[in-house]
Every structure is written in C-alpha cells, then in structure tokens.
Write a protein that binds this ligand. Structure first.
Ligand code: GLC
Length: 733
C-alpha cells in the first residue's frame, strides 16, 4: 500500500512540476520568439535583467598587444562571456550552471574574436578584400563559424567593416580596406557566412559589426584617439557598410572606442539609437567594446563610472563588455528613476531575442566531437589555400621574371619571413597554431621537391641592427640563379594598439635587400604584412614584388604555387600603397582638388602613390576592348547597361576582376573623383574572351547621400570608369 502511495506522490509531483514547466511559455519552443521574450522578461527581477546586460571574461586575454589575465568569478546568471578557451566541455559546464542552477535557466551567450578563422586561420581581412571573391570569403566564414560552434562559441566579434585610409593605424589589417562599397560587400559576405540561412542552424553563429562607427579615422593612425568625422563623411563613407550589413541581418554591433568629432561612439545617441534602431530598425543589440563604457571617463564626457554607465546605456549600448559598470550602477540609476524600466526591458529583450534566434534556450549545449574532426578539415584547408592564393597581389613583374623558369636549378630564399610560421597568421589568430602552418620555405621545398636546390638563409631578424647574417645570405645568393627575399611585419605590428609613425620596414630589412641587390642576381621581393608598406627605396631594387599579406595556415603552399606558376595571381589592392608615409592619407576616392595640374602637389616627392587601389597583375595578358553603354541618356526609371569585353591573350588561364566606377563631375556637393559601384571576377581561359556587364540603377549607383542621410539623385552628366577608360552618359529628368 505504502509503495502505491509513494508512487502516487512521485507521479503527482512530476506532473505538477511538468505542469509548471509547461506553463513556462518562454520554454515552449512552439511559441513565437516574441511571445517567449515577453513571457520571460515579465518573470525576471531587476537583478536578473541587469545580469543580461553584462559580459564577463572567461580565460586569459592574449590579444597580441593587450596581454592580460582577466578571469572573472562567473555568476551563472551572467548574460554573456568572452570565451578565451576552445574547450566545448568547459563551456557546457558553465552553461549547465546557467540552465540548472539559476531560477529561470537563461543560457549564457559565449562570444569570441573569430576574425579570420578559428583554428583554420584564413588570410587577414584586408587580404581577403584583395581577392575580390565574396563567395569564397563567405565560405571561409562559414567554416570559421563551424569550428567556433564546435568549440563552444556562439557569437563572433566580426566582421570589422571600418573604412580605413591611414596605414599607420594597425587595425587597417582587420577591415576590408579604404572603400565603403568594398567593406559593405565583404561585410555582408561575412555576415552570411557566419549566420547562414538561419541563426538557429547547427553551425551558425551571430555576427557583430564593428567598430560602430568611424574608428578607422583615428587621427594620425593613433589607436583609441580622436576621429574627425563630419556628418557628410559619416553618411557618405563610414555608415554605408553598417547599413548594408544591418539590412543583411547582422545580429549585433559593437560600439567603438573613438569619439565621433567629440561625441564618443559608445555614448552617441544619434548613431546608436536614431540611426541604428529608429532609422534602420535593427532589433538585435549593441555590445560596447572592451572597457569602452569606462573609457568615457578618459574621454571627458563622464565624471565617474555611474555617469559613464548612464550615458552609454541611454545612448543605446545594451551590453557592457568587461568593465562591470552596468552591474554596479544600473540598479541605482533605475531606483533613482534616471533609467526607465521600459528601457531596461527593451535592452534585455534585444539580448534575449538573439539568444532565442540562436536556439540557445532549446539547444544550450555544444555537441562534442573529436578534436581531430573539429578543425583543419581538408575542405577547410582547401578554402584557406584558395583564399590565400586569390588574396596575393602581384605588384611588380619586370620582364616577366615570374612565374619562375621551369629550367631553374637553384633559388636563394632569404629573409626573416622565409621560414616563419607564426607571423604568417597575422593578428587576431588566437586559436591558430604554428604547428598547423606551412612556411614559405616548406612550401617551396614541397613545390620543387629536389628538382631545385633551395639555399635558405635568414639574413637578419625583423628588426634590430645585427647584420651578422648578411654574409651567409650573400653567399647563398651568389651560389643561386635567383634571389627571393621574404620580408615583412611581425603579427603584433598590426592589429589593435599597433600604431606606427612610419609604414616603412625596419632599416635592417631594407639594408639586407640593398646588399643582396649588389650581387646583380634577379631579385624577387615577397612581403608579408598587415598594412600597406612604404616601398619607395625597395621598389627599384626588385624585379618583382609579391604582396602575400598574412596568408594564414595555408600561406606557404599558396605562395610557393604563385611563385612556381601553379597558381596565377588574381589579387588587386583594396587599399592604396602610398609612396611614403608622408603622403598619408591618400586613397582613390578623394574629392577633386580646387586646382588642376601640378598645383598643390608636394614639392619634395611625387603626389602619386606607389600603387593605387585596384592595382594587381596577372601572369595572363588581359586586354580590355572599349567599354560600351546601352544608351547615352537615361531617365530615373531606366537602367543603363555597361559592358566591356576582356580577352586573355596570354598562355595562362587566369581570373580577372573588373572594377566599375562612377563619377559625377557636377553636383550640389563635391563628389569623389570616382566611386566603386560594382565589381565582378571571372576566369578567362587562355586565348578566349569574356564580357563583363554592369547594370546601373540610377538611384542606387548615381545618387549621393547628404549630411542627414537622405539619398539624393540629381540629373546631369555622369561618367562610367573601367580599367582607365571613361565614358560619359546623361541622366535626364
Ligand atoms: C578589443 C577590440 C575589439 C574586440 C574586443 C574583444 O579591445 O577593440 O575589436 O572584439 O576588444 O576582444
């Protein structure tokens, strides 16, 4: 009898708790996300709500330039963690506490800087833009998302889409170059790669657009500093990539460190609320950058942490990264009625919305797979290699010295980058491992096996004054038919907190080239760097210059394949290479000068850069015929078709990118000398030709945006520019 009674009691208890469970609408996956959000927010205490507005750190922050031990005590109610670990088991243990040891069981959102790959490291973003292959970038981001998800990361602080034109600023490495259209296209490709068809897909992670907004204008290239951004430049140059990516569904944004002409981005109601939420209707959330809320004090707009927290939150920053200001101060600010509870609820709802969309309430745990099946899969490596190959830019190739002669018997491979692995991965390659990377030397040995003797000699370090290695390097050069010098930057010379007053390489590297050039042997310069470099003294000494950027895990084999001719280079610069640091800022879409001819040019050096945005050579011989347009006059409602046919008269099949620009010589405001509006990359077989086509939509491609964000289309004359040709047409009312 007692047993029956006991069973009855247990069953009724289970039914009751299930009943309660059933009543918890927010746990019911058959209910709409908005209804689940409303139900949950309605159940939360203020304290529970404020936990959601905070992000703590789990692990050690080893960002190359900001090393620091930052492990917080992890309260299971915390909204988010920056997860400095790649162990899914640890993540699941933390998540289990959140799901089972808290009153409401709200999952933690695990974020991390997956900038150009998780463990399979892809070329840095600036290099990726030089591939002009958004589909390939999307595929790379999808792999990065899968490796992240399998490691316990649901959210990446990427893509960085800050238009940047000052190569003294180390973070030019992290974005997609100097042009807003390029940043928009590759930003969208990254968002699509990370987020997939749906955020709830098994291997989707949430994207985070950063750093919102104008960070790339850091004055003098000095990180964290003042940015002068006029309303006109804000709308014309810096906002377009964000607008495109928000419209593509980017889940989150990160507010930047910089101030925008005096109003810090992290306390800027105009950009964070009026534009992002009210105008663009973004329904995700904004996380501050690391300590950026606290830094409002340094920036002089807050007298203390409480005021900093108040200003950031009221401006539209929903989540506070790392400095704990929201945790400490929002309860009091709500009690003092300075922050209305409705605004708290809206912020919490935005964060919960992304967690629900990611499926974290229903699938809070990472599926554990064998580490060997988590990373560096053959398909992932293949994408890494293809992207490295297509990102490489052939800057110079005198007398077609490249690809290397097949009859070659000996190569001198010299320089600090020649057998380096770690620096090939570039900044923000936290989970990348040197052991996975193939050096240029290893790539060449594999490429040439023992048909060609490769005489390696490092020659010198990246910097310093020690020339002791020069003699051995010169000997290696003297006994070889050709010299390949591999120079460049260490990975922490670019990225965050990596401003440099000069973009020249250290003198020791330049001197090595000068000494090697004296041997009179053909000399090929291979550069691995995270920013445009000052090459004014090196360029004349090199017969060929190959910009490999920081190509990642598959860099060595990609470079070897380009040098040998197995691969045909197809990269084109997404950022201008100044002749010298003194020319900065210099970028292709500047506004026209008030004076023509040479007036206003530098007296001491050329005013032309060494290589313009869009420069890049191929082993093929691409010839453009005359650009054609479907009409010389169009109305606003009509489209204009522009076409150009490109022939490949060379011996090698190759890929060519056609960049289409528009200019408006007479307008209510002074428009840039030309603006990229479309691009297309196609393979053209040797001896054949292909037609490239650009369908111009007047409102999209001919209009400009004014200082209030209104798009304005004025009739009149326009030019279309392609490969040095320009053709006039008219927009008539
Ligand atoms: C850093 C960077 C930002 C990064 C964040 C988290 O300071 O500015 O790009 O995503 O902190 O590491």
């Amino acid at each position: 009898m007692k047993l029956i009674l006991l069973i009855f009691i247990c069953c009724s208890f289970m039914i009751t708790s299930c009943k309660q469970e059933d009543n918890l609408k927010y746990k019911d996956k058959t209910v709409t996300i908005e209804d689940r959000i409303n139900d949950l927010v309605g159940r939360m205490t203020l304290k529970e709500k404020i936990f959601q507005l905070n992000q703590y750190i789990f692990g050690v922050n080893t960002n190359a330039n900001n090393i620091g031990e930052t492990i917080n005590e992890i309260p299971p109610e915390i909204g988010s963690l920056i997860y400095f670990s790649s162990d899914p088991e640890t993540r699941n243990q933390l998540q289990k506490k959140a799901m089972e040891e808290t009153r409401l069981g709200i999952p933690i959102l695990f974020g991390f800087d997956v900038i150009h790959g998780f463990r399979t490291i892809y070329p840095i973003s600036l290099a990726q833009a030089c591939s002009w292959n958004p589909e390939l970038v999307k595929n790379a981001c999808a792999v990065a998302a899968k490796e992240s998800k399998l490691s316990g990361v649901d959210w990446t602080f990427s893509p960085m889409i800050d238009v940047a034109r000052d190569a003294r600023w180390g973070r030019v490495a992290e974005g997609y170059g100097e042009d807003q259209y390029t940043n928009a296209v590759f930003g969208v490709a990254s968002v699509m790669g990370y987020q997939g068809e749906s955020l709830s897909d098994t291997f989707s992670i949430a994207a985070c657009l950063k750093h919102y907004v104008g960070y790339g204008q850091s004055e003098g290239g000095r990180d964290y500093r003042y940015t002068e951004v006029s309303p006109q430049s804000l709308w014309e140059t810096f906002l377009p990539p964000y607008e495109a990516c928000v419209k593509a569904g980017a889940a989150t944004l990160m507010s930047a460190f910089n101030d925008i002409s005096g109003v810090p981005a992290t306390a800027n109601h105009y950009t964070l609320t009026e534009i992002l939420k009210e105008r663009w209707k973004h329904d995700g959330f904004v996380v501050s950058d690391w300590d950026a809320v606290d830094q409002l004090i340094n920036q002089g707009v807050a007298g203390d942490r409480k005021e900093a927290g108040y200003k950031a939150f009221m401006a539209g920053v929903e989540m506070d990264m790392k400095d704990n200001i929201y945790m400490e101060n929002i309860p009091q600010l709500v009690n003092e009625k300075k922050i209305p509870i409705e605004k708290i609820d809206d912020a919490v709802a935005r964060i919960l919305r992304i967690k629900f969309r990611l499926g974290l309430f229903d699938k809070p745990y990472t599926t554990i797979v064998e580490e060997t099946n988590r990373y560096l899969q053959p398909a992932s490596r293949a994408i890494a290699k293809q992207l490295a190959v297509e990102s490489i830019v052939l800057l110079k190739n005198e007398k077609q010295i490249l690809p290397l002669e097949t009859a070659l018997k000996s190569i001198a491979l010299i320089g600090p980058m020649a057998n380096d692995k770690s620096n090939l991965m570039g900044a923000w390659s936290y989970n990348g491992k040197e052991q996975d990377v193939e050096s240029i030397l290893e790539g060449l040995i594999k490429e040439y096996k023992n048909e060609v003797s490769i005489n390696f000699s490092k020659g010198c370090d990246f910097d310093g004054i020690d020339e002791a290695g020069f003699q051995e390097a010169i000997k290696a050069a003297q006994k070889s038919e050709i010299i390949i010098v591999c120079l460049g930057e260490k990975k922490n010379w670019s990225g965050e907190n990596a401003s440099r007053s000069s973009i020249a390489l250290p003198p020791i590297q330049e001197k090595l080239v000068t000494e090697l050039h004296k041997t009179g042997k053909p000399l090929i310069l291979v550069l691995s760097n995270g920013r445009p470099l000052e090459l004014v003294r090196l360029e004349p000494l090199a017969d060929a210059i190959v910009e490999i950027w920081q190509p990642g895990t598959e860099g060595g084999s990609a470079v070897a394949g380009i040098l040998s001719g197995k691969f045909n280079p197809s990269g084109k610069l997404a950022i201008t290479f100044p002749l010298t640091t003194g020319q900065i800022p210099i970028y292709y879409n500047m506004r026209p000068s008030a004076r023509t001819g040479t007036q206003g040019n530098y007296q001491d050096i050329s005013t032309e850069p060494l290589y313009w945005f869009g420069h890049g050579m191929s082993y093929s011989d691409f010839e453009y015929d005359s650009v054609r347009i479907s009409s010389e006059k169009i109305t606003r409602e009509q489209k204009l078709i522009a076409e150009v046919t490109v022939s490949n008269s060379g011996k090698m099949t190759g890929k060519e990118t056609v960049l289409w620009f528009i200019s408006d010589p007479v307008c209510s405001i002074s428009r840039p000398v030309k603006e990229l509006k479309y691009f297309d990359k196609k393979e053209i077989q040797a001896g054949s030709k292909t037609t490239f086509r650009f369908e111009i939509d007047p409102m999209r491609d001919l209009s400009y945006v004014d200082a209030t964000g209104n798009r304005i289309l004025e009739s009149g004359g326009f030019y279309i520019h392609v490969n040095g040709q320009k053709l006039k047409f008219e927009l008539v009312d």
